[in-house]
Design a protein around this ligand. Structure first.
Ligand code: F6R
Length: 613
């Protein structure tokens, strides 16, 4: 959701900015722009273009038409105003003294705009960013102070979220940044400084990065960065070395990032399990959780958005069953605005790939304010959620570029399995033998996932057959319902086919009225005590004209008596089989999207990291 980049050094800035923006395309955007200071003319050129980044690349001749060694760039995901050239970033203050790009939302921008209008400022765009840039300009001029003090004064007045990159006419070759609740990292080389919303944008140039904290600012000059707190005092910071290689953020021969990431799932799961299972024992000490604390827990709240919420939905069934602890699962966007009655001895588990999702972060903060400790299951190292939680269980999925999550979801799911089994053993629900068997089952998952991936041609064929479907229903009971939720989300977000997931028992209570001749109903059928009931519900749909696809494990061949097309996954322990069942559904969504000509890595209207409400 919006991408921001910056560069100051000895090289031509524009091609680096354009390259960085291309690495952030996955975040979702609908216009783009760059601003580059030209030391010859002493002017800063701002070039912006609506639509794809390619338009900006063409308009700037790949950057060659915009000379200079210092600049900022932005991909905008429209919030305030249409995705037009006028609204695209960077924006300049009235008089061009300050130029800036911004991710986030300034909530009180109308109030600030009124104030600036009273001081004769004029505006050319609908954006909150133009207001922020002018506010900095206003303080800079009014108090005749330096950039840091002017930005700090603006930060005190601004309500909302921002990663802000600014250039001042009086400070050529320098970039000034500020951050609150929107991701921003700074990278350094010997002779350059870079900034970006995410690591892939700068990985080609450096692995040495700094995480700027909330309400902090920084000044970037070639090869240097200085951090400041809100008082304008310099702050010392340690750098972090990025360990994943640049190839991890490239397509590596696959047609799409999504397909590559689907195939990376066995590795993501193996790496995540490998981090917490040593010598056949689950060891969660790296998360900070102690055995005493885990034993004391009486209630869990699992919170997330989208697919992360679906992991929580599966987690409820699995943890309640294996660890005998009541679990409440909720959407972060709902949870943060209700008034939950937290039970004593409870733990909130927030799940997030990006670690920056605004609603999830807000739910985390609410729990902490109310004295409830928070465990984060998170993929991005150093993200806001990773830094603000009390306990951190990193997933090891590596960088996920496709907007639709696959490998991060799978890594999250196995993290929840490990948590469930560890809690179950500590609380005496699982005996030593079952505990050992569960660990063996989990450890066997990556190889079985590889076998599921080998069967992808059949799914590709099936996807082409239903590529023109109008509605697709996914049904299941218990943990199968949780997998259906995720399968349905994959289908709708990347194929644009209307799709819903229903608890199979709910069909009769309304939804079955939507079933007509040819409607595709997909049943997830892995839970042995429940699958026959789901098959009956599917048969009722068939009586109304539905075409049935069953997804089950080898051995359940009787499913073929009732459905029209069956997909099998290897047998696995029922609590963990969701990790296998989800793969055919991800592939189905993917191949359906491809068959329909959708840009599956960047589906319309979606952003990878939802950093605003
Ligand atoms: C769907 C998808 C989203 C995310 C959701 C939460 O494919 O990717 O539903 O799961 O936006 O994002 P994170 O995990 O970054 O908090």
């Amino acid at each position: 959701m919006c991408g921001i980049v910056g560069y100051t050094g000895n090289e031509a800035a524009a091609p680096i900015l354009l390259d960085g923006l291309s690495k952030l395309e996955y975040r979702g955007y609908d216009s783009a722009g760059i601003a580059v200071f030209d030391p010859e003319s002493r002017e800063t050129a701002v070039v912006r273009a609506p639509g794809r980044l390619l338009n900006l690349v063409q308009k700037t001749d790949g950057g060659a038409a915009v000379p200079g060694n210092c600049g900022i760039g932005h991909t905008r995901w429209a919030t305030h105003g249409e995705p037009t050239e006028a609204n695209a970033h960077p924006h300049h203050s009235a008089g061009d003294l300050v130029i800036g790009a911004h991710n986030g939302i300034i909530e009180n921008y109308q109030e600030l705009k009124q104030k600036l209008l009273r001081h004769d400022y004029t505006f050319y765009s609908d954006t909150d960013t133009e207001v922020a840039v002018n506010l900095v300009d206003y303080y800079y001029k009014k108090y005749n102070i330096g950039p840091i003090d002017a930005i700090a004064k603006a930060m005190v007045r601004i309500r909302g979220t921002y990663a802000l990159a600014l250039m001042f006419r009086d400070y050529p070759g320098e970039i000034w940044v500020a951050r609150k609740d929107s991701p921003l990292i700074i990278g350094l080389t010997d002779d350059a400084a870079l900034l970006a919303s995410d690591v892939p944008a700068i990985l080609k140039y450096t692995r040495t990065v700094y995480y700027i904290d909330n309400l902090e600012m920084a000044r970037l000059t070639p090869g240097h960065v200085t951090f400041y707190d809100l008082n304008g005092d310099a702050v010392e910071k340690e750098s972090t070395e990025i360990t994943w290689d640049a190839e991890a953020a490239e397509k590596g021969g696959y047609e799409h990032f999504m397909l590559k990431e689907i195939h990376e799932q066995p590795k993501a799961v193996r790496d995540t399990l490998g981090c917490y299972i040593h010598d056949n024992v689950i060891d969660l000490s790296a998360t900070g959780l102690t055995e005493e604390f885990m034993r004391s827990l009486e209630r869990l709240y699992i919170i997330g958005c989208g697919s992360a919420y679906h992991v929580g939905a599966a987690g409820k069934y699995i943890i309640e069953d294996l660890a005998d602890i009541p679990v409440e699962t909720d959407l972060a966007s709902e949870f943060r605005y209700r008034n939950p009655r937290f039970a004593k001895n409870s733990l909130m588990i927030v799940i997030s790939q990006s670690g920056e999702t605004a609603d999830t972060l807000a739910a985390l903060r609410m729990a902490k304010e109310r004295g409830v400790p928070v465990l984060a299951v998170v993929n991005v190292v150093g993200s806001s959620i990773a830094r603000e939680c009390d306990y951190c269980m990193y997933t090891y999925a590596g960088p996920e570029i496709a907007v639709a999550t696959t490998k991060a979801y799978s890594a999250q799911l196995v993290s929840i399995y490990m948590l469930a089994v560890r809690l179950g053993r500590l609380r005496g629900v699982l005996d030593e033998e079952t505990y050992a068997a569960d660990i063996a089952e989990m450890t066997a998952l990556p190889d079985k996932m590889e076998r599921v991936l080998e069967d992808k041609e059949r799914i590709q064929w099936f996807a082409s057959k239903f590529a023109n479907a109008h509605d697709i229903f996914f049904v299941g009971r218990g943990a199968d319902y949780a997998i259906s939720l995720e399968g349905s989300l994959k289908m709708k977000e990347i194929s644009y086919i209307h799709s819903e997931a229903y608890a199979a028992g709910e069909l009769k209570h309304g939804t079955i009225s939507l079933v007509e001749d040819g409607t595709l109903v997909i049943g997830v059928l892995t839970q042995k005590d429940l699958l026959e009931k789901t098959v009956s519900n599917m048969t009722e749909c068939r009586a109304r004209g539905a075409y049935l696809m069953g997804l089950t494990s080898y051995g359940n061949y009787f499913v073929e008596d009732s459905d029209d097309f069956t997909i099998y996954v290897p047998k696995a322990e029922e609590h963990f089989i969701g990790s296998l069942a989800i793969i055919p559904l991800q592939l189905l969504g993917y191949y359906t999207g491809v068959a329909r000509g959708v840009d599956v890595d960047k589906p319309r209207n979606l952003a990878k990291s939802v950093t605003v409400e």
